[in-house]
Design a protein around this ligand. Sequence first.
Ligand SMILES: [Zn+2]
Length: 185
Amino acid sequence: MSNTRDGLIWAFRELKKSGILYSFSGNGSIKINENRYWITPSGFRKNCLERDDILLIDRNGNVIIGNNKPSIEWENHLFIYDKDKKVRVILHTHFSRYQEINETELEILNKRLSENSGFKFCVIPEIKTYYEKLKDEIKERSLCDSVLIIKDHGYFSLSDSVFKAVNLIEEIDFLLRSQVIIKKS
Ligand SMILES: [Zn+2]
């Protein structure tokens, strides 16, 4: 699947099938160049998007193509694109099931992910510390092909392709779900 509007539409249908997307939540974007980004609209069911629903914005959030309002999280997306030029696709979903995950479990997950998966990831304790924590993370490594897990908020999957971004978020969600099952059993 290519990094186009159709790619974004496909991504959110996939995430819905995987049970990662719910109701009106989630947003996604594709970077075309430093001043043009496709981004999902605010307030739509993301698995029901049509091509004309997706907006083209510039780096100040001005709408170039489209009649809707861009996702209110557009600035978060641009922050990431600016920090790592390799990132071309961002998919973001909110947790529907894991609000009960606590610090200890996130630590266990951290450990399991580093030992058992080839993924890069980053657990961010809360959305308030998002920018601060990301700045620290970015000093250490690139963000491309990683998932940011923000406690009490959701995932940001960052990649250079729509296909990889979907796969990353599905894998991380599977591991997190397994962790919850282990905890409850
Ligand atoms: Zn969010």
